[in-house]
Design a protein. Sequence first.
Length: 184
Amino acid sequence: MKSRKSLTAALTAVFAALYAVGVVVLAPISFQVFQVRIADALLSLSILFGWPAILGLALGALVANVFGGLGPVDIVGGSVANLVGGYVAWRIALNRGRRWVPLALGLEIAIVTLVVGTHLSYLLAIPLEIGLFGMMVGSIIAIGILGSFVLYALSTERIVMVLRSYGIRVYAWETSKRKPTHDV
């Protein structure tokens, strides 16, 4: 049990670090009204990895937004958006198959757009429509397009088998149609 908790904590830390570094390194396109946070592509991995990704990406947003300079509202708001968006996407796609992934990613985009777009319009004193539109465009590119590629690339049978062999819990849908085996 102790090794499962250690593995979960390590995976959470990896997701947090990847997200924070991705946002800070690409700061010129990560902290504007029209922002494309390339690191948001990792949000789609909440569907595949569950809680370690959900918590790690929320923590990564908290750390990254400290460098954004917009203060506590952005720090907390961005973290909450990632937490809620990741959880909703994971729960929608959990054990339901590949056809539910577009809905899960669509809701993840909507949640991030609404939460972050709203508080950015307040913090930057711009019209709400512009804040929401800017976030929506960036989220569609990062989560919807790039995130889909990342998610589908990591959810292949071979990669899932490798991850599971290391004890990493992966919530992947079955990609092959196996005949059920019956014991005699």
